[in-house]
Design a protein around this ligand. Sequence first.
Ligand SMILES: O=C(O)CCC(=O)C(=O)O
Ligand SMILES: [Mn+2]
Length: 194
Amino acid sequence: MVPESPRWFQVEKGKLIHIEQFLTIGTANTLLHNLTHNISWQQESITMFGRSILQPRLQAWFGDKSYQYSGLKLEPHPMPPALEKLKQQCEHICQQPFNSVLLNLYRDGHDYMGWHQDNEKELGEHPTIASISLGASRKFSLKQKYGDKKIDFELTHGSLLVMAGELQHHWRHALPKSRKVSQPRINLTFRNII
Ligand SMILES: O=C(O)CCC(=O)C(=O)O
Ligand SMILES: [Mn+2]
């Protein structure tokens, strides 16, 4: 059930929303199936320490603007209707517009995302990032940049996690590898590119 007014929880210098059953099981199952088969997933290269490396996951990007990070430029593509609907649901919860979505496909527990901040300047000063999870449950970790606090979430099928406020300045986040996970997971992160 999606609460009428979602509860933000404050962390030191940032705020979050976590809704486990954001999507019904039926909607989550249909989306997982359709996105797995109908998206043209790409394994892109990024530049790290002057070297080009393949990212340990597949990606897709939809929205009216391009997005650039780590030497990679994702070109604009119109958002399919199913994603447009999810975007509106996220806008309702977050009370702010989104114009883009980055999709990540983690083929199994070997695929991951390392520690980073979503702090590209085209996301604005205090970005709100709304992240929907489908498929295998995976651990998602946040750790302070200048302190030693750490917060872990289990991101389950159909759940929503929102990061907002000053969080991207003071915390890093990651989706670690997991040897136990053999099934794929899709993640959609709605963003507003200025
Ligand atoms: O897969 C996730 O839950 C995290 C994705 C993420 O941090 C990103 O796309 O920037
Ligand atoms: Mn991120």
